[in-house]
Each structure stands twice: as C-alpha cells, then as structure tokens.
Write a protein that binds this ligand. Sequence first.
Ligand code: FE2
Length: 276
Amino acid sequence: MRYVLVATILLFFSVGFLLSCTTFETDPVTGRFNDNFSGEIAPVADIDPVGTNNFKFVVLSDTHMGSPGGNVLESMLARIQSNGDAFVISCGDNTDNGEEGQYLAYQALFGKFNMAYRSAIGNHDIFFEGWKNFKKFLGRSMYSFNADNVHITVLDSANGVFGEKQLSWLEEDLKAATQTHKIVLTHYPIWNGNFTSVFKLASEEEAAIVKDMLSRYSVNIMFAGHYHGYNEIELGGVKYIVTGGANDLIDPGNHQNYVEVTVNGNSLDTRKVAFP
Ligand SMILES: [Fe+2]
C-alpha cells in the first residue's frame, strides 16, 4: 500500500513537471499568437477615410517613445495632420523599452492630433513586460483591416521570426482579401537591401516563404522598420520599403523620414518624405 502511495505521489509530481515544461517551451511568438486569437483582445476595426478609394495615409516606424528619439513623433504628426493624411501606421518600436508610461505617451500624441493610427509590434516593444502593455494599450500584434479598397495586414516579428501558425494565418488572410490593393507590414525587414544581418528577420527560410507568398497573392507593398533609415527595392512584383526614420537616433548615412501612400482608385503611389 505504501508503494502505491509513493508511486501515486511520484506520478503526480512528474505530470506537473511535464506540464510546466510544456508551458515553458511555448515560444514567445506562439504565445502571442494564442493571445491574439483567444478572444482576449478585441479585433482591429476597419478605417473609413473621408474620400472613397481616394485618400492618403502615412507609414512610419521606430518612434522609440521614452528615448531622446521619441520627440520626433510630435513634430511629424503636426506635419502629417496639416498634409491631410487620413491615418498613420507604425512598423513597431513604438516605445523604447515597453514601459507603460511610454505606451501612454505614444497614445497621447495621436490623441493630441486626433489622428487614427494602427501599430505593429517591434523588438523594443516587448522588453520587460512590454507585450502585456502593448496588448493593453494598442491591442493585437497580428491583424488585418481595410481602409476602403486597401487591405492592410500587420505581422508580429518582434522576436525576429513569424512562426508557423502566423504564416498559415497570413496565407488565409491574403487569400480571403478582395480589396484592390494589399499591403503587408512588420517590424523586421525580410529582404537583404544593404543591411547587415542584425537588421533583418532572423529566419531566412521564413523570409523566403513570405516573399513567395506576397508575390503569389499580388501584394503591392511590404513595409518594415527596425533599420533607422530608408531602403526600397522591388522583388517578384512586390515593392519592399524600410522606413525606420521617425526618431533621433538615425543609422549612419540616413536621415529622418516617413512614407506617404496615395490611393486613387486603382493606383497606389508611395512618396518618401524626408524630415524635417
Ligand atoms: Fe528601432
């Protein structure tokens, strides 16, 4: 009887240990994928610009609120608002280290200019308890939404990888999109450009899968940040633009910048805006 008791106790602890290992082994991207689609975080709403299929919006990145570079966003938003752009999308590193106060400051600036915005998640946004704060203040890190005839898909590459689940989700999302124009956004660039490896997605294999997918589904543009500068290339009919210039700490040889996208029916044009 004593052996049965000992065996039961051992079984109890080993099952507990195995379960805790399973939880521990869930990688951060899979963890965020599960959080995004668990029903815990509200879906991201479409944006309805004033002009139908005829509007402008801005893509910028790496505002790093909380670092000295955080000061740039305010003057950029003033310019963006006076240009009549309908909304802003950021490719991540919205905060310098994921602190609640930095998310609040980021949110407050968009509030000050009454500017609609959407944000991707960057590696700096998940420092410390950053994901907890990101989802509280900015919502999902993997989502898509429409602005009239433009479908915009935002991917989570904050850990330098997309993960299998997110790549399957991306394919389903692009397959289902019926809008004239398709744009995909994330933090880490998936192309070579003139970057060293620290500026690119960690997984070359995933980068190849995504490049192929974007071509097959006729995506017009993929935007990224992370590199604090500007880079633009075309691959397989897709334009790839890096615009990580919304901060004070610009990588050598670059200057501050954002990109204005003009939608006019069937045409979609981009313009690099040097700042200030
Ligand atoms: Fe950055």
